[in-house]
Design a protein around this ligand. Structure first.
Ligand SMILES: *Cc1c(COP(=O)(O)O)cnc(C)c1O
Length: 402
């Protein structure tokens, strides 16, 4: 028996699905006095930032920046193409799809919700049927979440495009890639996505505060036909800015831009394909460990089919209140913070304390994930939570390429 000691002093690890771990280089780039916003370095940086954002999104078309979080990007995207009374189809696979639908309702859209529950991906045949039933093409847009961060499901966005195509339906395909961009493979142009929204604080490794809307010519045509668009959310001046302030409709998010510049450099230096591959291997290591723990224990991954799991976040459940006990223990004893369960059980329902999530998005590497899993192993052991053996070995095999 070793002496009692608290082991949380040292560098902590925030393993929640956003905000994600930030690179030191990003933080250092932001630590500076206020820059001039009328001329000089920051102004000169803008065209490069816009180009490099589009490279991450895999689009040749347009991008607009908003000072705001992911919800702001949701609102911005809707404000440009959805007028009161317009119908949107929302195939939801967790809390975030429902949330985007609520945002659309808030601006007066007629929301047609298809709820696929909390642990399954979208069923493309059901979407195809809804499009087929929409004979007079009332549905103006499909709001599809790529990775729903509550359930950790990965949806087939290209599949949604193919279904629209097969139905000959003109609705815009709008994708939420707030959790997935820079983690899970996403190809805006190749997959036929018309509008994509994302934020800066997940795969893009910058503190919360900026979000982005990408759009193509089809979306711009719909924007042009709108009866009116709020000046603030209008993506036109932001995407065609000739003066610096126009990118932001006011003062720039100065320090975020310095951080973002470095984050984009890091992503492109690694290579986006390599970024995706890193997330895939790390996620596979986590899943191998979870599979092993689940043998003879209560730990379960929310998404059963690995092909439908995001490589950025994993939603898990234990029994009783063991999810919360484990989170509390690894945070208090080890300095490791795991994510709460989100949207899986209603507030007040004791089942809430069974759920938790692991964020593994952005600036994460092999030793961090082995540390995360080792910390969980220690917590399961310390708390006498039943679990199978061999989890760390299973993860190590994946990390080691065996
Ligand atoms: C985080 C997230 C959001 C919300 O972003 P905020 O910055 O919290 O407003 C929306 N959708 C998805 C898929 C997310 O992961």
């Amino acid at each position: 028996m070793s002496p009692k000691a608290n082991l949380s002093h040292g560098r902590g690890y925030l393993a929640i699905p956003g905000p994600s771990v930030m690179p030191e280089a990003v933080l250092q780039a932001m630590h500076r006095p206020a820059p001039n916003i009328y001329a000089g370095e920051l102004v000169d940086m803008m065209p490069g930032i816009m180009d490099d954002l589009k490279r991450v999104a895999r689009t040749q078309h347009y991008a607009a920046i908003y000072i705001g979080n992911g919800h702001a990007a949701w609102e911005a995207a809707l404000a440009n193409v959805i007028a009161p009374g317009d119908r949107v189809l929302v195939p939801a696979t967790g809390r975030f799809g429902i949330g985007w639908g609520e945002m659309a309702e808030g601006i007066g859209a007629d929301v047609q919700l298809i709820d696929f529950g909390k642990s399954s991906p979208m069923d493309l045949e059901v979407i195809a049927q809804a499009l087929d039933d929409d004979k007079d093409h009332k549905i103006k847009a499909v709001l599809a979440v790529h990775v729903d961060t509550s359930s950790s499901v990965l949806n087939d966005i290209k599949g949604v495009h193919d279904v629209l195509d097969a139905a000959g339906h003109p609705a815009l395909l709008m994708a939420d890639c707030i959790a997935s961009l820079g983690c899970d493979r996403f190809e805006m142009d190749d997959w036929g996505v018309d509008v994509m929204v994302t934020g800066c604080q997940k795969g893009l490794m910058v503190p919360p505060g900026c979000s982005f809307v990408f759009f193509n010519d089809r979306a711009q045509t719909v924007r042009d036909a709108m009866p009116r668009v709020s000046r603030y959310w209008d993506w036109v001046p932001r995407s065609t800015a000739t003066e610096f302030w126009q990118y932001f409709n006011g003062t720039a998010p100065t320090h975020h831009l310095y951080g973002l510049r470095v984050a984009l450099d890091m992503i492109h230096a690694e290579g986006i394909e390599q970024v995706w591959a890193r997330h895939t291997v790390l996620a596979n290591a986590i899943w191998a460990a979870c599979d092993a723990w689940g043998v003879g224990g209560d730990l379960r991954m929310n998404i059963v089919d690995p092909a439908c799991r995001s490589t950025a976040v994993t939603s898990l459940r234990l029994n009783g209140n063991d999810g919360t006990r484990l989170r509390d223990w690894v945070e208090g004893q080890l300095g490791l913070t795991l994510g709460i369960g989100l949207g899986m059980a209603e507030p007040g329902d004791p089942a809430r304390d069974a759920y938790f999530r692991l964020g593994h998005m952005g600036h994460v590497n092999g030793q961090m994930i082995m540390g995360l899993l080792g910390g969980m192993q220690a917590g399961l052991t310390a708390l006498d939570i039943p679990h199978g053996s061999g989890a760390l070995e299973a993860a190590a095999k994946v990390i080691g390429g065996r």
